[in-house]
Design a protein. Structure first.
Length: 505
């Protein structure tokens, strides 16, 4: 295959993964709209606590497995690949079993520390997800390392669909049986994940016994820093919601209010995250393409290719993130009211305005840490992520731990989180620039921020109230944003030419 054909194939695969992530986001909207209606805002908040705590453990497994196995597949000699795959899958299954048992045994203590003893049962049920994902996500890493991006995209779509059905149907059936809705959602999640695992194993394959010079020590040296880094990244991802739940529970106890009041605040904050996490979710697609390309360039010690990939990836990330942030920043309270109702908008509207910027920076932070990991700078990625966790948690405790049981608690948490994420992203950008010899043009950053600010201001000032008008505004603002980038000459004919080359057969 020629270099041009390879680039075109990779590009089409990248578009497929990006399309799957877009589907994941849209399905997530459906899921997050349906769950509060099935569970109520307080039940939705309780389930959000469960998923927030559990995801700090299972999300690192997902990303670490994909990245570590992808790198191993890229570097394995062809004659050793089947044996290497079989060996690595066995290691991951053993690790997942130990982690799952440990999480189940500690779930009571974990729930108590989070101020959420009433969600112990669904939390223990989700211990099974750690074992299932420890076997499923390495299979996706195999597809990624072999650059079978279309297959990977297909599994993203399948897994997202079944997960949403499991969560919603499980909650509905459980409530109809007069049982705890969050526990039913947890059972549905486990069932759907098990089904996807069996499908993936049958299609991707589990290798076969054969020669492999890969040692456990050498693999652990690659996987362990990734796991620690991703654990910290997901702790950063969920720290604000988890701490908010603890603070809200304590505030409810001080005020003599039921814990359902605290869960309602958590539910409103989770609703803000639905929108503020959008840039991160779509930019994950870029990491799946960027990681194997950078790993190959780093192995070949091609400094020019590394710098080029980083500059291209970061520019694309900034432009995509800006298109989404301008909508959430400009329409913050109205988006919450549109999907979650007036109560969620009143509690979380102000927080979403700030979080949309903070988590826009977090999306870029995720790309930056992926670059560091792919260049063998796992220690730097680990340290900067740990620093971000410390900053966010420290600011949350300083600003919000004694907050009242009101909207103010969400606002203070949003202040602390956004400040910490912006500081951490700046530090990570410097580390990538030093490691890769390239980052992104300051002019690109300036133009993107300017276009984003103008589009967001238009959203706040130019559109009258109304649900239909809000939908129209959400479609118009990205168009305004891209039009401004064209006027500012950040986006031009060269970008369209690249898209045409990728799409051309």
């Amino acid at each position: 295959m020629s270099k041009e054909d390879s680039t075109r194939s990779t590009g089409r695969g990248g578009l497929a993964v990006a399309g799957a992530k877009l589907y994941f986001i849209l399905l997530g909207l459906v899921q997050q709209i349906a769950l509060p209606r099935v569970l109520g805002l307080d039940g939705y908040g309780a389930l959000s606590r469960v998923l927030s705590i559990a995801s700090i453990t299972y999300n690192p497994i997902t990303t670490m497995s994909i990245q570590a196995v992808s790198r191993t597949v890229v570097q394995a000699p062809p004659e050793e690949l089947p044996g290497t795959i079989r060996k690595v899958l066995g290691w991951h299954a053993s690790f997942g079993l130990l982690l799952s048992v440990g999480f189940a045994l500690l779930s009571s203590r974990i729930a108590e520390m989070a101020g959420a003893g009433h969600v112990e049962t669904p939390l223990r049920i989700l211990a099974a997800i750690l074992f299932i994902y420890s076997m499923y996500t390495p299979l996706i890493g195999i597809a990624n390392g072999q650059k079978r991006f279309l297959l990977q995209a297909g599994f993203d779509v399948t897994a997202a669909t079944l997960r949403t059905l499991g969560l919603v149907v499980g909650a509905f059936v459980s409530r109809r049986l007069a049982q705890g809705g969050p526990a039913g959602s947890a059972v549905g999640f486990v069932v759907s994940a098990t089904l996807v695992l069996f499908i993936a194993a049958g299609i991707i394959g589990v290798g076969r016994a054969g020669i492999s010079r890969l040692s456990l020590g050498r693999y652990v040296a690659v996987a362990l820093p990734l796991l620690f880094g991703q654990a910290l990244l997901n702790l950063l991802f969920q720290a604000d919601l988890t701490l908010l739940g603890r603070f809200a529970s304590h505030a409810a106890e001080r005020a003599g209010e039921p814990l359902s009041r605290a869960d309602a605040l958590v539910g409103a904050y989770r609703a803000t995250q639905l929108f503020s996490f959008l840039p991160y979710q779509i930019l994950i697609a870029i990491t799946f393409i960027l990681f194997p390309m950078l790993a190959s360039a780093a192995q070949a010690q091609d400094r020019e290719a590394i710098a080029r990939y980083v500059r291209t990836g970061m520019r694309l990330s900034l432009i995509i993130a800006g298109a989404m942030v301008c909508v959430t920043l400009g329409l913050a309270p109205r988006l919450l009211e549109l999907l979650f109702g007036a109560e969620a908008a009143a509690l979380g509207g102000r927080a979403l305005s700030l979080l949309s910027v903070g988590f826009g920076a977090f999306a870029i932070f995720g790309i930056l840490t992926t670059v560091l990991n792919s260049l063998g700078r796992e220690r730097e990625s680990l340290l900067v992520t740990a620093l971000a966790v410390v900053i966010v948690a420290g600011l949350c405790f300083t600003r919000a731990h004694e907050g009242a049981l009101s909207e103010q608690l969400l606002w203070l948490t949003a202040q602390a989180t956004s400040t910490g994420l912006l500081v951490a992203t700046t530090i990570a950008a410097y580390l990538v620039w030093r490691a890769a010899g390239g980052l992104v043009s300051p002019w690109t950053l300036l133009r993107t921020v300017l276009a984003m600010g103008v589009a967001a201001s238009l959203g706040r000032l130019a559109f009258p109230p109304g649900k239909l008008v809000t939908l129209v505004a959400a479609a118009v603002l990205p168009c305004v944003y891209f039009a401004l980038l064209i006027v500012l000459r950040e986006v031009g004919r060269a970008d369209l030419d690249v898209l045409r080359k990728v799409a051309r057969r």
